[in-house]
Design a protein around this ligand. Sequence first.
Ligand code: GH3
Ligand code: MG
Ligand code: MG
Length: 523
Amino acid sequence: MSFTAFIRLDLRRLILLLAICSALIMLANSLHASYRVQRQLLIDNAQEANHAYALKLADSTENFLKSAQQQLTYSAGLLGPRFGSESALQAEAQRLRLQTDSFNSVIIADAQGRVRATSPDTLQLKGQQLKSPGALQALSERRPLISQPYVSITGNLLVFISHPIFTDNGRYLGYVGGTIYLKQKSILNNLLGAHYYRDDSYLYVVDQSRRLLYHPDPSRIGSVVGKNAVVDAVLRGENGGQRVINSRGDDMLAGYAALPAAGWGVVAQRTTAATLAPLDGLMLGVLRNTLPIAILTLLCVWWLARLISRPLWLLAREAHEMNLPGTSERIQRIRSWYFEAAQIKRAMLVGTGLLQQKIGKLNLDVQTDPMTGLHNRRGLALALENWQADQRPFAAVALDIDHFKQINDSYGHTTGDQVIKQLAQLMRGCSRDVDVLCRTGGEEFLMLLPDTGPEAAAKVSERLRQLVEHADMPGVGHITISLGVAHWPRDAGAVAQVLKIADEALYRAKQTGRNRVVVQAAA
Ligand code: GH3
Ligand code: MG
Ligand code: MG
């Protein structure tokens, strides 16, 4: 069984199908568009927020480093004239560490790199020559420095911020420096660690050699970051935001900002997956808001589809049986409220009218004898059928022209035909509308008179006989006819039998001299 046979495709279903398909496509399209817009918005927002956050922290850190350097500059100025006083050096080291909390430890060393004072005292370094990278760099370069991170002899990962000490006349005396521990509690750690953690977003800081100075995972501090486009960008001194696959293969939305003073970079980032997690909820919200209108629209479409298809559907149903009676009236009643349906209705009304007319005419032709316009045998059979159904009694009169062969022989066949037509005319003249007049053969006829008894039928027959006898047949003169009368149901139960009996009566009329009426005697 094919699909179309299983579900009948009609106009209403097609309109509905069309509407539902287009509605679904529109819905899917708007959902998809909205999904893309929301997604891009979330990504842009996350990048923007991360960028702003990285900028803010880069700025704070830079300010902190500058203020730390400022303090050392001030201390170096103070220490120049008092470099000989052990106690002054010790007091200044103590003040630097304790007053501002900027440094984890403070060291003052002479021009040979020997430690003159430390804070805290517990470092036990006094008199030792420092060989740490920060100390060596400070000695050799004799300018304000922020060192690369390194592990100190006390085992701390740190950066060393230092400032040279000169006499008034510019002789190099040594340097004052402060350490900031990267893995332990320090002001830098506090600054960066005060990150307002929203779910899984986090922050890290790298130095010029890609070493992590700060990371929420302390075990990673000091390790070197592998291939990472954001780290490359921030170490080139750029600020911005971008989507990146980090060195561990995670898809991240990063914002970054450079710290020009130290050559460091700050990166704030969040996984793309976490950023896009609210998207499903957002889309569900869009769907929830769209659905009621979509359902309402579909209901409207369903109703409209019904309204549009109904006239055509009704017309189509009538088209199926245009030959049946009453079709015109039914078509007339169909409300064709729009142009196409109205035109089709009009055409169908004209069509059924013509068809009914044609069928009527054909039916009549089939039942009529063309020469006389009387019924033929088929018309006769039809009339008998109806009467029998109604149990309507009738008289049957069989009729034959006397010596017709002679008329044909004497005046020709055409004149003979004229006589037959003339006789048909006379028969009509003395019968009622309800009587059925029939030409059963060449010059043989049958008259069926409904609701007529044998005597009345005999009278009618006699009147016709006399009428014919006295009529003037053009070109022939006078003719006579013989008639036989029978009655149903008086003479026989079967109609065919009654007709045969009328024929037999006619035969007797011929036998007994012609030009007469013979009535079948009652049984
Ligand atoms: P009867 O008095 O015994 O009836 O004699 P009849 O000569 O009339 O004999 P019958 O009825 O047997 O003859 C019928 C004749 O009618 C035969 C045929 O030539 C003629 N005939 C039959 N049909 C037609 C017709 O349609 N037109 C004409 N012109 N003649 C017909
Ligand atoms: Mg005959
Ligand atoms: Mg005859």
